[in-house]
Design a protein around this ligand. Structure first.
Ligand SMILES: [Zn+2]
Ligand SMILES: [Zn+2]
Length: 161
């Protein structure tokens, strides 16, 4: 079976612009029409092309394209993943119902929520416990920041609905 990836064009805030950026050039945009940020087609760290639409020979795929959180060539987080981590950490600093130590634990758990590691299940338990303590406003805020960068498996465990 022959497989191939097109290149994706994504804005630095994580809006997918064109999942066939190497073949459907007319759909490329210099800036994002949703947020006005610049768009990229390569990893800023290693310059590898960002994986776009997945062609599998003989199969027409209708599965929706998902923006990757990490570069598959160098393993570093893409700008949209970094930006969400920074935003989530700023939000955690603002949570009055958590003490300093709890804020540190919650902040650290983010690293194991956005990537699947042996510590991910522990991070999920910590996150749920502290998000509950933080109150619904803060928890909803964290959800809206993080929901797009978490894997479906992690997301469903934290927010089953
Ligand atoms: Zn955008
Ligand atoms: Zn890279």
């Amino acid at each position: 079976m022959q497989e191939e990836f097109d290149t994706a064009q994504i804005c630095i805030n994580g809006h997918a612009i064109n999942e066939r950026a190497a073949t459907k050039l007319d759909r490329n945009q210099k800036f994002c029409d949703k947020c006005g940020a610049e768009t990229i087609m390569a990893c800023p760290h290693c310059q590898a092309a960002i994986r776009g639409h997945h062609y599998i020979h003989g199969i027409v795929s209708f599965s929706p394209y998902t923006v990757p959180p990490f570069c598959c060539n160098c393993g570093k987080p893409f700008p949209w993943t970094e930006a969400r981590l920074v935003a989530a950490r700023e939000m955690i600093e603002e949570i009055e119902k958590l003490d300093g130590n709890e804020k540190i634990i919650l902040s650290k758990s983010l690293d194991d929520l956005i990537r699947e590691t042996p510590s991910t299940p522990t991070a999920i338990v910590r996150f749920k416990r502290l998000a509950l303590k933080a109150g619904s406003v803060a928890a909803d805020g964290l959800r809206s920041i993080l929901v797009d960068v978490l894997s479906e498996a992690v997301r469903k465990q934290i927010w089953p609905n």
